[in-house]
Design a protein around this ligand. Structure first.
Ligand SMILES: [Zn+2]
Length: 372
């Protein structure tokens, strides 16, 4: 009798994301890594990766969702090591570089060029392997891409974001961004040369009423107003394993994600039932909409941020989850911060409408055991 497991670890990535997923059974542990946090979170990130047992450093998939520094810097630092010294061995690497974006072929912005140059030199064969080395993108029509990772009855990922329009918008921003660094987009040799000079990279009770319970005021504040091309280009997907599921939304735009979720619904089905949601953009109110809360039926809501820089999560987003969830929600935070600790009291009342989970006192990072 095999005992499957599926856990999501929100590593302490400061204001960014670094998500370590483990699944499998007693015979074998499989792993997926999504993003690497900002550079100043590198020591914690490196320490976690360093715990991989010697001789078992394979990960099925490395996803770099988009080019913003709070997601990409740790990965650049990691891949800047000579490949023989990488502490992990990815079988596939999903990242939309400039060439993929423009070909609809490497990926955006200066950090994007750095990462593209690294993957191009160190892991060309693994680059967007599941997508035939083309862009990771949701097609305009037809079924959403479904990627089955190894093993019979293994992990299945369904791509939700980005769509072509979001990649095109990112291509524009990419050209603008690299121009100020005197880089030609997609010129990986030039990016490599600049990278070499950047020394920093080296070494319960159903008390909630559902989406209709959102107040008019809250609805007015949740418009999906995030206009960032980089965020919009986020790779987001549904991960399903052994009957458990989680939406990994990176910093994606809700319109794109909702359009994809609608494509997954059977006729007559009004919501996608999943176990967990890693909320988009660290719980920004600009990346959560009533439409999303309507379309998703989940129990666990994951907030990845220590509140630095943008004071995430926004109170409006947390309220939208508490009042808009179709089931009594449990909120998971990977730090205890001035921006999230206010939610604890309300979760401890008798008949509380929601539950909260924080790291142990003095610790950072938290593991969500979807199946343990
Ligand atoms: Zn972010």
């Amino acid at each position: 009798m095999t005992q499957p497991f599926f856990t999501v670890e929100m590593l302490p990535a400061r204001h960014g994301d670094a998500l370590w997923i483990e699944y499998g059974d007693e015979r074998r542990t499989r792993r997926i890594l999504i993003d690497g946090g900002p550079l100043h979170a590198w020591p914690d990130f490196a320490a976690r990766i360093g715990k991989l047992p010697a001789g078992d450093q394979r990960i099925e998939l490395l996803v770099i969702t988009h080019v913003d520094t709070d997601h990409i810097e740790g990965i650049i630092r990691l891949l800047a090591l000579p490949r023989a010294k990488w502490p992990l061995e990815p079988m596939d690497i999903w990242f939309n570089g400039y060439r993929q974006i423009e070909a609809q072929k490497d990926l955006g912005g200066r950090e994007g060029e750095f990462l593209s140059a690294l993957i191009h030199r160190r892991a060309f064969d693994e680059w967007n392997r599941a997508f035939g080395r083309n862009a990771v993108v949701v097609p305009g029509k037809g079924p959403l891409p479904r990627i089955a990772l190894p093993d019979k009855d293994g992990m299945v990922l369904t791509l939700l974001s980005p769509d072509k329009a979001k990649l095109t918008a990112m291509g524009k921003r990419w050209r603008k961004d690299v121009a100020q660094w005197e880089l030609d987009p997609g010129d990986l040799d030039a990016a490599w040369a600049q990278l070499v000079d950047e020394a920093k990279f080296h070494p319960g009770a159903e008390l909630t009423l559902g989406p209709e319970d959102l107040t008019a005021q809250l609805r007015a504040q949740l418009k999906g107003a995030d206009a960032s091309a980089a965020n919009g280009s986020s790779i987001a997907f549904l991960a399903e394993y052994a009957g458990k599921s989680c939406l990994f939304l990176a910093d994606a735009h809700m319109k794109t994600v909702c359009a994809s979720i609608r494509r997954l619904l059977a006729p007559g089905q009004d919501a996608l039932r999943v176990d967990a949601v890693k909320l988009a953009h660290h719980g920004s109110r600009n990346n959560l909409t009533p439409e999303f809360m309507q379309l998703v039926d989940a129990e666990h809501f994951l907030f990845s941020s220590n509140g630095d820089k943008f004071k995430h999560p926004d109170a409006q987003a947390v309220q939208a989850v508490i009042h808009g969830a179709r089931r009594k929600p449990t909120l998971w935070f990977n730090y205890r911060s001035a921006f999230n600790e206010r939610w604890e009291a309300g979760s401890q009342a008798a008949n509380a409408a929601y539950a909260t989970r924080y790291p142990a006192p003095g610790a950072a990072g938290i593991t969500v055991p979807l199946l343990a």
